[in-house]
Design a protein around this ligand. Sequence first.
Ligand SMILES: [Zn+2]
Length: 253
Amino acid sequence: MSLSKDALDWLLPHKCDICGSVADVTEGDIANYKTVYSRIYGTQPELHICGKCFSQLVPLQGMSGWTLCLSDPVNGDPHPELALFAPFPYDEFCQRAIPAVKFRKKKELARLLGIILGKTVRENGIIADLVVPVPLSEERLSERGFNQAEELARPVAYATGVPFAAGVLERTVNTRKQTECKDTGSRFLNVRGAFKVSEEWDLTGLVLIVVDDVATTGATLHEAACALLDAGAAKVLCVAFASNRTVKNRETV
Ligand SMILES: [Zn+2]
């Protein structure tokens, strides 16, 4: 005897990928996202979301989501004009959703967040030549099996019609360890920060979107953007799913 899928779902209801409650969002509610997902990835995702979390996945209308991406306003900043687009606040909800992606390895959830982010970026009319993700260290990548920034960035590229490239930015070796080294090369890398542009890429004159999951201080995206600008990019737009700089009060809407 075999049980039907409906019977199994009734006996063993799925848990929400984000909060662990019973995943009660219907296929109809999430159908549009699944359609976009299958267009990008060629497969249907296994996504399980509860109604409460699903209701949180809507950025506020009429909010641009742009803030200043300034990592070092006190000691001077070579690129103080950098702007950050982050349509969600890093609130209680995002503090569950993002760790679910990173620490419970919910890659399909990362892609769903990317699809929502991409839709918001497109609605804000952002134009660029290339979308690149902030790279993950080799150690984290082997732990997690995927780079969440890449999973967010690819749907942004799809939504905006901008080409996507994963290997443009590379992590340098650990900068703290470099400070212990006294040779010129190590010092140079330490000043330049945590990222460099792959030698395979010529970014001269290009407008780039660089994507990360969360911008808290903005320092990671700022350093990534500086590396791209130093490599000749004409302009860099920093994009994150969530930021604690995004001012939003859901209760008043
Ligand atoms: Zn939930």
